[in-house]
Write a protein that binds this ligand. Structure first.
Ligand SMILES: [Zn+2]
Length: 374
């Protein structure tokens, strides 16, 4: 039953593995591009696949409001609807209810919010979130939780974490276990060690198919995030996948993999790509910057994506200055490929037992920064 997770290699705490879902396999450590409203913005699904991505993330909040989970189910589920035959993970909708929706009420029962699209009042309970993710046909569903705000007092963080534990239990009861399908619990507790410990232990007691670490990358900073992972990850079962939600930049991913994380998602490569920012081996560059206007070089000489093999920095700069659609399309493609190339390097290094060297070398190269044209 449930979803198979196979550990193929270990290098200190870093893990190389495979998750086997009803819609195929994903190699881990994995980065999941964010397909918010049933599309990875500006990309055809086969282009997403070409970057090396094997699993994408869908947002329950967006899809429940538009086009609606029942409609997606009627049309054959999210895989068919968006023509992504591979694995899909959906979030619970909770995070976006609190960040995008107008929150009306939050208590033990669940949340009531106003849609940011038409103002309609909608209730989301743990049971409804699981039902929506079932209707979407998500391979991996997430429990409904409250993403604790930052900064937060310990008492508040404790109350929020306990509320999430209650919702996790109800989510587990509502989930229909099927072969190749998984439900992940989410560890909360902000940056308080005792709260993270309590949350992790209680969730492990409920026996989820995988475990996410939530409520990080919300402003606490990388050092505090890594410290929290140092406390939390060792409490999670070796045999189940671990997912760090909403993280992050390449150096965040490298540090989290070293601490035993297997899965990641983040809007940065896609969102930043749409605004003209490129991730390269030597850090982030802004393609709108005038210094690229006559630069014949590719965005990143080491990248094999179409943006880098077919076009110059000058051309991509021009596309953004002229507000041409191809600009965001090319940079989204490039950034996603950059992330997937990083993940492949990570997986190879773990398998070879050279992860610490790989991570140090990659971080040092990012720190060197981009070299302007002569
Ligand atoms: Zn590229």
């Amino acid at each position: 039953m449930s979803m198979e997770f196979q550990l193929l290699a270990r290098d200190a705490a870093a893990r190389r593995g495979q998750i086997k879902t009803a819609h195929g396999t994903a190699e881990t450590p994995a980065f999941m591009p964010v397909g918010t409203a049933g599309t990875v913005k500006a990309m055809l699904p086969d282009q997403v696949r070409e970057t090396g991505a094997e699993i994408v993330l869908g947002n329950t909040y967006h899809l429940m409001l538009r086009p609606g989970a029942e409609r997606v189910a009627k049309l054959g589920g999210l895989h068919k609807f968006m023509d992504w035959p591979g694995p899909i993970l959906t979030d619970s909708g909770g995070f976006q209810v609190m960040s995008l929706g107008q929150l009306r009420r939050l208590d033990q029962r669940g949340v009531v919010f106003r849609s940011h699209i038409d103002g309609a009042e909608i209730a989301l309970t743990p049971e409804r979130s699981i039902e929506i993710q079932f209707l979407l046909d998500a391979d991996i569903s997430m429990v409904l939780d409250e993403c604790t705000t930052w900064p937060v007092e310990r008492r508040e963080a404790e109350k929020s974490m306990r509320l999430s534990l209650g919702w996790a239990e109800r989510s587990k009861k509502a989930f229909r276990a099927r072969r190749g399908y998984a439900l992940f619990g989410i560890v909360q507790g902000s940056v308080f060690d005792e709260l993270r410990t309590e949350s992790a232990k209680a969730l492990v007691g409920m026996a989820f198919d995988g475990y996410a670490v939530g409520g990080l990358a919300v402003g606490e900073g990388q050092a505090e995030m890594f410290r929290t992972l140092d406390v939390t990850v060792p409490l999670l079962p070796e045999a189940r996948p671990r997912y760090l939600m909403g993280v992050g930049r390449p150096d965040d991913i490298l540090g989290a993999v070293a601490r035993g994380i297997d899965m990641f998602d983040c809007v940065l490569p896609t969102r930043m790509g749409r605004t003209g920012k490129a991730f390269t081996r030597r850090g982030e560059i802004n393609m709108r910057n005038a210094r690229h206007a006559e630069d014949p070089r590719p965005i990143d000489e080491s990248c094999a994506c179409p943006a880098c093999t077919r076009f110059s920095r000058a051309y991509v700069h021009h596309l953004f200055k002229a507000a041409e659609m191809l600009g965001p399309m090319l940079l989204t493609r490039h950034n996603l490929q950059h992330y997937q190339t990083l993940m492949r390097g990570i997986r190879e290094a773990i398998a070879a037992g050279t992860y610490a060297d790989f991570s140090a070398k990659t971080c040092a190269e990012i720190d060197l920064g981009d070299v302007p044209a002569l």
